[in-house]
Ligand binder design. Structure first.
Ligand SMILES: Cc1ncc(COP(=O)(O)O)c(C=O)c1O
Length: 344
């Protein structure tokens, strides 16, 4: 079966909007810059996981599952979207989170709790697999059939969502009269980037995809093997090679990924503020803020994105992480410096 015909359950709103970044283009003074609002996919505030979940949760329904379990860090956006989608489909929402319950539910955890999710915290990463099995057994003993989704929904089925997003972008840009040269997206658990790389080849898109990693030290090899596994499994008849992979890291002493995954970072926040101040769009501190920093610098440098080219930043969601306690605490001073507050 061709991937265009693989069954999926409708969860999101498509096509997600494409907007011109007027002020950002003016400030940088180069390129013709756009944003694709995959932060607006819905449900439960959406984000990039919705495209993957449409395929995964169709399988959950087809196999008679009654509950959905997924995994991630304590502030997983993927987890929050998955729980929202599960509830919408009448499936029990279960999260197994790697990290400590610090006694205070903020950011995505607030939303997970509002949705009535069963949340399990696992402090020791080495215990994750064992705990997932234990939790599954517990629900099975109660008569549930649990559908387990891996971190980020990044398996060969979920990746189809981002392969197909390329067709959506091609149709939409053609309709809008945009001659696109480059897409810039985030690389985390890799389903988004690998899917887009495959989509560009599969649909013969006239643009390429450049990725910015969210964790320092991320290398490209695993994307190649994952992308080729997806291609093989779905009979796409294409091969991804090292030449297709373009991952940009930024300066060695101050990489785009910051010091660590999800570590509050004032430099990333400057770019979150740049987008908010000029376009009224909110990025997140863990993924898209880092990617937008990479995007702006790619345009400024002119190496991958040339002066007169058109580039599109993919906003993959996650702004709720701005309201996590550690990010809020860390940014108070910087926020005060970004606005005026007057008590009368
Ligand atoms: C907001 C946001 N953007 C990007 C990503 C990265 O996507 P992927 O895991 O498919 O690489 C994630 C992953 O959780 C995310 O939450």
């Amino acid at each position: 079966m061709s991937i265009e015909n693989i069954k999926k359950v409708k969860l999101g709103y498509y096509p997600t909007p494409i907007e011109k970044l007027n002020k950002i283009t003016e400030i940088i003074g180069k390129g013709d810059l756009y944003i694709k609002r995959d932060d607006m996919t819905g449900p439960a505030f959406g984000g990039n996981k919705t495209r993957k979940l449409e395929y995964l949760l169709q399988e959950a329904l087809d196999t008679g599952c009654t509950a959905v379990l997924t995994v991630g860090g304590t502030q997983t956006n993927h987890g929050r979207t998955t729980m929202g989608a599960a509830i919408k489909l009448g499936l029990k929402p279960i999260l197994v989170l790697e990290g400590k319950d610090n006694g205070y539910l903020s950011g995505n955890l607030t939303l997970d709790a509002l949705m009535g999710t069963d949340i399990y915290f696992v402090e020791n990463p080495d215990d994750m697999q064992k705990t997932i099995q234990m939790v599954c057994d517990k629900y099975a003993a109660q008569g549930d059939k649990v559908y387990c989704i891996p971190e980020g929904g990044s398996n060969t089925l979920g990746a189809i969502g981002y392969i197909m997003s390329i067709k959506e972008i091609m149709d939409q840009t053609a309709e809008m009269g945009i001659k696109l040269d480059h897409l810039v997206c985030t690389v985390g658990s890799m389903g988004t980037y690998a899917g887009m790389l495959l989509g560009v080849k599969y649909f013969n898109a006239p643009f390429d995809v450049i990725a910015v990693p969210v964790s320092p030290g991320e290398k490209g090899e695993k994307f190649i093997s994952f992308a080729n596994k997806v291609s093989e499994e779905h009979g796409l008849g294409i091969t991804v090679t090292a030449d297709d992979v373009k991952i940009v890291y930024g300066p060695e002493d101050k990489p785009y990924a910051g010091e660590a995954y999800n570590k509050p970072d004032p430099t990333t926040r400057e770019y979150i503020m740049m987008m908010a101040r000029n376009e009224g769009i909110f990025l997140d501190p863990t993924y898209t803020g880092k990617t937008f920093r990479g995007f702006v610098n790619l345009v400024k440098e002119g190496k991958y994105i040339k002066e007169n080219e058109t580039a599109m930043f993919i906003h993959t969601g996650g702004a709720m992480a701005l309201w996590t306690k550690e990010h809020l605490d860390d940014m108070q001073q910087q926020l005060r410096g970004n606005c005026t507050t007057t008590s009368l």
